[in-house]
Design a binder for this molecule. Structure first.
Ligand code: FES
Length: 128
């Protein structure tokens, strides 16, 4: 069933827009004028993907930088730990980020769901 979720002029060129439709959290991705719809939540630890970046057909999660192909939802890489810099810290604080990064790297990253999109006049519709 096709549902209008936005107007075409609401989507920034190469931008991301979060919407909710039928209780589902979805992100619309404007890839050089071609619109794709993906699940809002990252397949790793559920970060909101509209806060990430879109480069071509690839959205990068803002939390651990997994990239997804918005055409297929496929996760293209594993999570990348943050770099905490060279500043001296207490030993426990130094070890904590490494422990978290190591743990995070073992959490399975799932592909994300994609939805059919069609433009109907000024309306962006997705297949739900
Ligand atoms: S939550 Fe998206 S890569 Fe970890």
């Amino acid at each position: 069933m096709w549902i209008e979720v936005a107007k075409n002029n609401e989507l920034a060129h190469n931008g991301l827009k979060a919407i909710t439709a039928k209780g589902k959290e979805i992100v619309l991705c404007n890839c050089d004028g071609q619109i794709f719809a993906i699940d809002r939540r990252c397949g790793h630890m559920s970060a909101p993907l509209e806060m990430g970046t879109l480069d071509g057909h690839y959205v990068t999660c803002p939390m651990h930088h997994v990239q997804f192909d918005v055409r297929t939802g496929e996760a293209l890489n594993r999570p990348v730990p943050h770099y905490f810099g060279e500043q001296p810290e207490q030993e426990i604080l130094n070890n904590f980020p490494n422990w978290i990064a190591n743990l995070m790297g073992h959490i399975r990253t799932c592909d994300i769901k994609t939805y059919g999109v069609k433009i109907d006049g000024e309306s962006v519709k997705i297949d739900l």
